[in-house]
Design a protein around this ligand. Sequence first.
Ligand SMILES: *Cc1c(COP(=O)(O)O)cnc(C)c1O
Length: 395
Amino acid sequence: MKFTTDEHGYYGKFGGAYIPELLYPNIKELEDNYIRIIESSDFQKEFISLLKDYVGRPSPLTYASRLSEKYNAHIYLKREDLNHTGSHKVNNTIGQILLAKALGKKRIIAETGAGQHGVATATVCALMGMQCTVHMGETDVKRQMPNVLRMKMLGATVIPAMSGNRTLKDAGNEAFRDWINNPTDTHYLLGSVVGPHPYPDMVARFQAIISEEIQWQLQEKTGKNLPDYVIACIGGGSNAMGAFYHFIEHESVQLIAVEAAGLGIHSGETAASIAKGTIGVIQGSKTMLMQTNDGQIIEPYSISAGLDYPGIGPAHAYLHDIGRTKVLDATDHESLQAAFELTRLEGIIPAIESAHALAALPKIQFNATDVVVVNISGRGDKDMDTYIAHMDKYC
Ligand SMILES: *Cc1c(COP(=O)(O)O)cnc(C)c1O
């Protein structure tokens, strides 16, 4: 049984496609074709082959023995940090570039905040010889220069978005504007389980490889294919959706999503869209987001660029609403602590996003027999400046 939307693109009351009329043809083309293409054997063959030989999948499931001892449970780490380009994002960009090719597109556009999705997109465009334009807020261009230079080296054109406060939301608006102006030859490669239908469902299907692998890897290692807990961080929610996907129908598996609390959920400096959010429309989708009483989006804050987003994918809003997932949050401080702890106990430097998932471990009362999977969505190389700045306090 697949976890998916109803025929109108909704998960319960969340989701849909709230888009300007000028975008209808682009979205309709995707909606009419994505399932047929993704489920075709030609697509599946090429997708699986690239995930194996280009990305390096399956990513290992590592038993974390010293972490397990500390938290008195059997803790396994799903190692998306070991993928080519250093995170789970490439699973989705590989999937969408193949879809774009099957639709006859010649040009790819994307939005990026910290630049991680931009780099993963520029990478697959180089691989496939496709033209690549990445929209990025001017503020982010200035503060994420290494990723801007990576994208340029990979052959992408980076266009600074000059509207609003020149960050991720504004880059997204520019990408939609670009797509309206180039409806026939261009595919918009969105980076998470957000945006108008069918993006949340499409991206979930590409990231579902994470939980598909966890099932057989756990079977091999423990003799059972179901864990007691799966824990993942949520920005837009794509790594969490991938890690949860095949477990959603198995009620015995507790699904824990961890939001970025920033300086604390009551501090006013936070990115916890479920804890602090209300229902509304953002980037073409009805979901939970942080907004003022009159519907203005509240600027989010987190130490982690990948979780610094004022909304959350509609599937996560739904799974939380029906009580299928439990949503916790972790502050900057708790996440830094967790990152240094994993590094010292297991010799793995996680992305600061992934460290938010690890920060949930001390907040849960485990039984000694519990099997726990933590999704390590990415590696920490990109966060070394942040870690170095806090080394004195946490080492
Ligand atoms: C982008 C990113 C995230 C957040 O995105 P999701 O769609 O919520 O997964 C998490 N971890 C890493 C390493 C990222 O690069």
